[in-house]
Design a protein around this ligand. Structure first.
Ligand SMILES: C[S@@+](CC[C@H](N)C(=O)[O-])C[C@H]1O[C@@H](n2cnc3c(N)ncnc32)[C@H](O)[C@@H]1O
Length: 420
């Protein structure tokens, strides 16, 4: 495609993404479906450009105020992540001159908000919690692309064997530092045609998400509930930890998400998983299981702000009001899921949010209202399941993962044991 035509398409995609009315990945996929003639490299350039724009949106919007011509074209020039020579070929001499001037502005000279690129309602509590130095390290980490983590399905093979198979395919992987099940790959090799992947030997799963499943630590033969199972990232890890024995209920209100679990389940070789759509957290199915379950995971619906490396649109699509609504859901789901736990059983509440409001606050309220649930130190619980250096992952007894500290998505998880 002619460079200028591609830049124009990029501006069109930016206009669609900037509406912020849908997750960026679905807007990008829909755009590519409408433009079937785009090649692989062209698609990659457009997708990476809109992600770069969303990561540093405040900065790019500010810089785009100068110059002339359509705003979205200026944003496309500023955030462009395709080849440099290709971009030059699309630009008029005046545009080239403008871009060179803007790119010469020293980043240090910009106001703080144009450097961290977070909305104030998010930046303020994070800066208060972490202090200046760490806040800036977090802001930098959130604007970097996440590595690709895999979880090895230990029902099928050992981590070392998966590593060897990847190496044989020319893919460089290293064991994840904390999860004994994980491998980390730099770059984005296509995995979905690899025999290792199609045969269910590995699944894509952030190391942090693997650690949440490890904190629940389900055992052979147990009755386990994954209350908010979604597409089953954690369900699959839990089923394998149970060595394909016992009974693992995967509940969710979204049938669509549970449908996405099915092909993954088929690949995994698990036959101990029972997916079921529930109407809400007080569904009759839940009532029937009250007091009968050994371990319950509540991977609660949340703002997702721990995943900004992958979903940079969330910082612009979430709001304090949305967080307040999510808190109400989190309280209700946790209270209802807790009724399932049998005496001596374990309950884990988890989110992929960075905010205390969705994490420590919800956990503390629950603990105050449920004295029969005794806190379990995540440090000790994780060490028991071969997580190395678990102490570095824990704050006040809860698992607290941060992209800048642990190179995982941001996660929170707290475990309790119900008094016998
Ligand atoms: C954080 S996501 C789960 C991700 C999933 N556990 C994974 O590892 O891939 C939260 C899920 O909670 C579900 N959810 C929302 N309200 C719910 C409710 N009242 N009861 C059960 N699940 C609910 C959403 O549909 C969503 O799939």
């Amino acid at each position: 495609m002619h460079p200028n035509a591609l830049l124009e398409l990029c501006a069109e995609l930016i206009a669609a993404v900037n509406k912020l009315d849908a997750p960026v990945d679905s807007t990008v996929s829909a755009f590519f479906r409408q433009h079937k003639n785009l090649g692989q490299r062209e698609r990659a350039s457009l997708a990476e450009t809109v992600y770069a724009l969303l990561r540093e949106r405040l900065k790019f919007q500010n810089l785009a105020q100068s110059g002339s011509g359509p705003l979205n074209r200026r944003l496309a020039m500023l955030a462009w992540r395709g080849s440099d020579s290709f971009l030059r070929a699309a630009l008029s001499p005046a545009e080239q001159q403008w871009l060179a001037q803007v790119q010469a502005i020293a980043p240090e000279s910009l106001q703080p908000r144009l450097r961290h690129n977070l909305p104030d309602w998010l930046a303020v509590p994070l800066q208060e919690r972490l202090g200046d130095d760490e806040f800036w390290r977090l802001a930098t980490a959130l604007n970097e692309a996440a590595p690709l983590d895999l979880r090895v399905n230990t029902l099928k093979l050992k981590r070392e064997e998966a590593l060897e198979q990847l190496k044989a395919e020319g893919i460089d992987a290293t064991p994840t530092p904390y999860s004994p099940l994980g491998l980390r790959i730099q770059g984005k090799p296509a995995l979905n045609k690899l025999a290792l992947f199609t045969s269910g030997g590995v699944e894509v799963q952030d190391e942090g998400s693997q650690l949440l499943a490890l904190l629940l630590a389900p055992k052979r033969g147990e009755m386990v509930v994954d209350f908010c199972a979604g597409a089953g990232g954690k369900t699959l890890a839990l089923g394998a930890l149970m060595r394909n024995t016992g009974r693992l209920y995967a509940f969710d209100v979204s049938g669509h998400r549970l449908d996405a679990l099915k092909p993954r389940l088929a690949r995994s070789g698990l036959s101990n998983v029972y997916p079921a759509q529930i109407a809400h957290e007080r569904d009759d199915r839940i009532k029937r299981l009250a007091g009968k379950i050994d371990r319950v995971l509540v991977d609660a619906p949340c703002s997702g702000l721990g995943t900004l490396r992958r979903n940079p649109d969330l910082k612009w699509r979430q709001s304090p009001q949305a967080v307040a609504e999510l808190q109400a859901k989190q309280r209700a789901i946790l209270a209802s899921a807790a009724r399932l736990v049998k005496p001596g059983g374990r309950l884990v509440y988890a989110t992929c949010s960075l905010l205390d409001a969705e994490n420590e606050v919800i956990a503390a309220e629950f603990a105050a209202a449920h004295p029969d649930f005794k806190p379990l130190g995540a440090d000790e619980a994780l060490s028991k399941v071969q997580v190395e250096g678990a102490g570095a992952l824990v704050e006040n007894g809860a698992l607290r993962l941060w992209p800048h500290r642990h190179a995982t998505d941001g996660f929170f998880a707290v475990a309790w044991e119900r008094a016998a």
